[in-house]
Design a protein around this ligand. Structure first.
Ligand code: BES
Ligand code: ZN
Ligand code: ZN
Length: 502
């Protein structure tokens, strides 16, 4: 896929189609009038006939005739101007790109879409719409050749004003980076769990480092090294699995450009490559999608895959405790008590609440790096999906400032997030009888929050935010047009925004 910005007259451009986006309360724009005249009024009569209203995502295809060089004009509705945002544009355009299997060259007029959001945001949104909507996981399909054709699609963003060219180019670059990172994560999540074992994640981390021209370094610890570091919680979860667990630590160090100390941030991803539930095994239907349980790790790897190019001026650590959760003969058992790396003991109330047990060590490890903040992403609880549904991420944090920054980044990225309270009064629900903390509260109520409170026990007061992505990491049904079924790469775009801003 090739995306470019141009300062040109659309009537002079050859294309399979020209996209003319329009607001519902202003169909008769100057651009529209010019094109309509060139086409001898075909556009206005087709609008009449099809009663095109310009509502968000509405599409009307019109054959262009001989007045212009392009073959077809596509009128694309953007809805009401007052409700317009980069996300409206992303979704409306995604619907168009997704359905299109024929065009090799698309010219997209930006004169309306830059209004209110600017050329950079608009171009970023359109680049993301194209790449995210066209994504397919075809590796295991009989005819992967289809993919090749899409690669050749050209998208030309046409600007009225020369001064918008630079911002548009910056937007395209940012959009390509954030979607590239997102697709990296989607591929990892969609990969079957029998292929995407902990070693597979470790190999991806090694590969990212190898291709970073020295900008990303990686350390990987196997079972023995993890034991030597005191990661007994992580290893307890790994005990039931035949597959070797790996603890992955990636490091990126940005360039310092002033005397100011650069910030250090740790991104921690839950990396359960398959969650069977362990000895307290999940019923079949609940297990069906459990290859998704490494989506947090996939988001961290996705970000790292583009970190050298994003080049944020900060030090970023990526931490993943990768293992399966299996009911093998050595599996950890309900009632077990294990000591995490920070010295606290965890009483196992439920073997299916394994994510937080592995994260206890991953967070303890992160704290030792003395970061300014920690952000973890985890497909942690079904309870979060009960609370917020399948599309909204649950955010919990011990720092209002950090939480606000994440919410702002998520909004800009077009990812849905809602904050839940780390209610102190619920802490008693995770008190251990014989251990310091228990990995499952005595009740299902407030399960997302008690999981968050459990994690907080391992961050030693460092500003930290927890993103429970159990819902949005996976698209079970059709929702928005740029989310194909399966792994969504949720969190990557928010993190990329966040890193850019700090
Ligand atoms: N990986 C699951 C959470 C999950 C559920 C993610 C559905 C995505 C979709 C997690 O390890 C889990 O099993 N959590 C339990 C916790 C309970 C046993 C305390 C849950 O949510 O039921
Ligand atoms: Zn589980
Ligand atoms: Zn899990």
């Amino acid at each position: 896929m090739n995306i470019q910005a141009l300062n040109a007259e659309i009537r002079d451009l050859t294309a399979d189609f020209i996209v003319l986006p329009l607001f519902s309360n202003n169909l008769n724009t100057r651009k529209f009038a010019v094109l309509d005249k060139l086409l001898q009024g075909i556009l206005s009569s087709e609008i009449e006939e099809a009663s095109f209203k310009g509502s968000a995502g509405e599409i009307l295809v019109v054959s262009a005739g001989s007045g212009i060089k392009a073959k077809k004009i596509v009128l694309l509705g953007l809805g009401e101007k007052q409700k317009y945002s980069a996300e409206v544009l992303r979704q409306s355009a995604a619907g168009l790109f997704k359905g299109n299997k024929v065009a090799d060259k698309i010219v997209f007029d930006l004169s309306e879409v830059v209004l209110g959001i600017g050329a950079e945001r608009a171009s970023k949104a359109l680049s993301e719409a194209m790449l995210l909507a066209k994504y397919e996981f075809l590796k295991y399909k009989e005819k992967p050749a289809l993919k090749k054709k899409d690669k050749e699609t050209e998208l030309i963003l046409v600007l009225e004003e020369k001064k918008d060219l630079r911002p548009a180019e910056a937007g395209i670059k940012a959009g390509m980076l954030s979607s590239g990172a997102t697709l990296y994560a989607r591929d990892l999540v969609n990969e079957p769990a029998s292929v995407c074992v902990p070693l597979h994640l470790a190999e991806h981390a090694r590969n990212i480092a190898a291709e970073s021209k020295g900008k990303v370094k990686v350390k990987i610890f196997g079972r023995e090294e993890s034991r030597a570091k005191g990661m007994n919680a992580f290893l307890a979860v790994a005990a039931g699995a035949e597959e070797e667990p790996y603890f992955i630590h990636l490091v990126y160090k940005g360039q310092k450009t002033s005397d100011k100390k650069i910030k250090r941030i740790a991104l921690v991803g839950k990396g359960i490559t398959f969650d069977s539930g362990g000895l307290q095994i999940k019923p079949g239907e609940s297990m069906a999608t459990m290859k998704l349980d490494m989506a947090g790790a996939a988001a961290v790897l996705g970000v790292f895959s583009r970190l050298a190019e994003l080049a944020p001026k900060m030090e970023v650590h990526g931490i993943i405790a990768a293992t399966e959760n299996m009911p093998g003969p050595k599996a950890y058992k309900p009632g077990d008590i294990v000591r995490a790396m920070n010295g606290k003991t965890i009483e196992i109330g439920h073997t299916d609440a394994e994510g937080r047990v592995t994260l206890a060590d991953a967070l303890s490890y992160a704290v030792k790096l003395k970061p300014d903040f920690i952000i973890d992403l985890a497909t942690l609880t079904g309870a979060c999906m009960v609370a917020l549904g399948e599309e909204i991420c649950g955010l919990m944090s011990n720092s209002n400032k950090l939480a606000e920054k994440i919410k702002t980044s998520a909004k800009e990225a077009g990812e849905k997030i809602w904050e839940l309270p780390l209610e102190d009064g619920y802490r008693q629900l995770i008190k251990g009888t014989h251990g310091d903390v228990k990995n499952s509260g005595g009740t299902r109520y407030g399960g997302a929050i008690t999981a968050g409170l459990f994690l907080e026990e391992f961050v030693s007061g460092v500003p930290w935010a927890h993103l429970d992505i159990a819902g949005p990491a996976w698209a079970e049904r059709e929702t928005i047009p740029y989310m194909p079924l399966g792994g969504t790469g949720y969190g990557v775009r928010t993190l990329m925004e966040f890193l850019k801003k700090i």
